[in-house]
Design a protein around this ligand. Sequence first.
Ligand SMILES: Nc1ncnc2c1ncn2[C@@H]1O[C@H](COP(=O)(O)OP(=O)(O)OP(=O)(O)O)[C@@H](O)[C@H]1O
Ligand SMILES: [Mg+2]
Length: 389
Amino acid sequence: MLLEKIHLINFKNYELLEMTFGNGLNCILGNNGSGKTNLLDAIYCLAFTKSYFGLTDTQNIRHSESFLVVNGSFKKEYHLDNDDLDTNLVEFQTDFQTENIAFGVREGKKTIKSSVNNYQKPSQHIGLYPVVMLTPYDTDLVREGSEERRKFLDGIISQISNEYLQNLLKYNHLLKERNITLKRFAEKNTFDAILLESFDERLLEKGKLIFEERKRFLSIFLPIFQEFYQILSENNEIVSLDYQTQYIQNNQEDFTVFFKKNLQKDRLLMRTSTGIHKDDLEFLLEKRSLRKFGSQGQQKTYVIALKLAAFATIKQEKNICPLLLLDDIFDKLDAKRMQKLLQIVSCAPFGQVFLTDANPERTKALLKEIKQETKQENEISTFILEKII
Ligand SMILES: Nc1ncnc2c1ncn2[C@@H]1O[C@H](COP(=O)(O)OP(=O)(O)OP(=O)(O)O)[C@@H](O)[C@H]1O
Ligand SMILES: [Mg+2]
């Protein structure tokens, strides 16, 4: 999959921008505040229909304007089924199709339109144009609470399976309703077991499906992640990640029994204390907590390896090459790791990559070095952004 062109109107600092990208590594260079991160965020919006940075839809609109539009022109590959072909003539056939995606926000409402699909709801769009984004804020994954790590996990799996995303949306909706009900019971000093059970049944059903999918995904993801960490660090540090879930912790006991046992606690707390919304990932370096014992560079390398593994897992599971958006990734990395990272992402399997740097000379020097060392497989395009005053 390729993003050939982007057209922005009133997206953050951009009043109007039209850009045509290259097929391989796109280096977006420019001073602080020139709009590099915003450009990547616009690409992210085309995939996820929201900003990577948790902004509301309206906050993405250029100050003093009333609407925004992000248009993307994608080129997608379609492999035709062998059954559709005369196998005596051709072994396989690939077809390319241009698909236009338009993301817009006006009067607080967002829209996502596609030239090839009719969506009943925006969530149906997720996963059709997969992206993986890496920014300097992502070390929050290591330092912050479990919600960040669940979001990371869900962001990948939702792009692989839209069914997973729909289950998750339903689960979150039911959870919210159950918590409101528990609060109402406490406030009014009442209790209705039948009403609560109707939530519990559906919550448990969706929760189990989500747990199974997270477990399945992590078993595929872990070895890929470990391999990327090894390549980036070029040493024998052993990394791992541990899926922490009440589903596994209670394997002696049926999870449903455990869930029901907590009813009194839930009533007191006025919220649901058990379920997949409590899941976490423990990041480990040499079997110890990465958050407590990892250096800043090791934490950063760990997060980069997580993102590269996310890219590779989506590609493997969906047979679509996601766009890789790398924002300002070189800080805190030593020269060797910087070079290694650039070498990895400028190889053909990584497809189209967007990389930003506020230090153009650094990126240019690194590109020159890797060009000399390796046979460059991917096309490199460079764009210099000027700050518009
Ligand atoms: N809604 C908005 N309307 C107008 N301008 C905005 C809006 N949101 C952000 N900006 C401005 O966009 C500019 C570019 O921001 P961006 O984060 O893309 O810069 P950058 O090139 O990534 O800089 P850095 O190298 O510091 O990371 C900033 O000056 C920022 O204040
Ligand atoms: Mg930036």
